[in-house]
Structure formats: structure tokens, C-alpha cells
Design a protein around this ligand. Structure first.
Ligand SMILES: C[S@@+](CC[C@H](N)C(=O)[O-])C[C@H]1O[C@@H](n2cnc3c(N)ncnc32)[C@H](O)[C@@H]1O
Length: 163
């Protein structure tokens, strides 16, 4: 498989998982959190799939397409580990959906970061809310959701928050 094939498959899997996550939270009230704005592709997808929902975005810096930059009130700029506590204080447990897309090319580091993020995300996700993540992020009160057809195990991760 060429690197182009691989990139296309990765993005198709991401889109399929986000679509499943958006459907899964259609009846779950709450805000949407996007951790990892990047160039704004998935932010743009989420706002197109969940019109009318308030979306808050996290990133170290803003480097997105100009059409995909949230206003300052919806942007938590800085390191996630500094800004998630601010979001918890400001928003509380009000997130219907968290999309976490912050992985690097280092599997060991990704696992450590994911383990540290899970308890912070757990303080934001409402019961019945969904986490879509590029990293495995098991937590005691979360249940893994099935991936959409065609998405291989381990490519993306979906969890439903319990009480
Ligand atoms: C793969 S890109 C996100 C791509 C984006 N979702 C899109 O579709 O365009 C990962 C982003 O996560 C951000 N990021 C990674 N680790 C972070 C951290 N600890 N704190 C804040 N942002 C972080 C990076 O700056 C980068 O913009």
C-alpha cells in the first residue's frame, strides 16, 4: 500500500468514526470538544454534522485554515494539560462529544499521554457522552463502542461514558 493509500484510509476511517460518534450523541445534550485543531479538518466536519452545537477547541497553536478558526471564546490555546483543568472549571461535565486527535508518531509517548488524558476527559463527558480518539483510552466507566464497518480494530477508538 502506498503512503497515499494509507493516508486516504486513515482519513476515511476517521470520518466514518466521527459520523458514528455524531449520530450517537444526536440525542445527548451538551457541548462538543475538539482536542487537536490542526488545520481544522475535523473541526469543520463536526460543525457540519452537528449544526447548532457549541464547539470548544484545544491546541497549542492556531495553524488552521482561516475558515476553520473558532472565535476566542471557543478556543483553549496552550498545552492540553494546562488548559483542560480550565475547561473543567469553566464548562464542568457538559460535553456530549469529545474528539481527541493529538497523536504523534511515537506509540510509547502516545500511550502515556492517553492514560493521563482519560481522567481529565472523564470530568468533562456527560453520562452517555462519546469520546472519539485516535488513541486507545480505556477508563473504568467507559464502554468501547463498535467501530463502523471497514474500520480495522486499533485504527480509531470510540467510547461511551457511563455514570
Ligand atoms: C493530527 S493534528 C490534528 C488534526 C486535526 N484534527 C485536523 O483534522 O485538522 C494534532 C494537533 O494536536 C495538537 N497537540 C498535540 N499535542 C498537544 C498538546 N499536548 N496540547 C495541545 N495541543 C496538542 C498539535 O498542535 C496538532 O495541531
Amino acid at each position: 500500500m502506498s503512503r497515499l493509500d494509507s493516508a486516504i484510509r486513515r482519513l476515511e476511517a476517521q470520518r466514518a468514526c466521527l459520523d458514528v460518534a455524531c449520530t450517537a450523541v444526536a440525542a445527548v445534550p451538551g457541548v462538543i470538544l475538539e482536542a487537536g485543531l490542526g488545520n481544522g479538518r475535523t473541526y469543520d466536519h463536526l460543525r457540519s454534522r452537528l449544526p447548532g452545537r457549541e464547539i470548544f477547541v484545544f491546541d497549542r497553536q492556531v495553524d488552521a485554515h482561516p475558515d476553520c478558526i473558532p472565535d476566542a471564546a471557543h478556543l483553549f490555546l496552550g498545552d492540553l494539560f494546562d488548559r483542560l483543568p480550565d475547561a473543567i472549571a469553566r464548562l464542568g461535565r457538559t460535553a456530549a462529544l469529545i474528539h481527541s486527535d493529538i497523536g504523534t508518531g511515537e506509540p510509547g509517548r502516545n500511550a502515556c499521554v492517553a492514560a493521563a488524558l482519560a481522567p481529565l476527559y472523564a470530568r468533562l463527558l456527560v453520562p452517555g457522552g462519546v469520546l472519539a480518539s485516535d488513541q486507545a483510552m480505556p477508563a473504568a466507566t467507559w464502554t468501547a463502542l463498535p467501530l463502523p464497518a471497514g474500520v480495522p480494530t486499533g485504527r480509531y477508538f470510540l467510547y461511551r461514558a457511563g455514570d
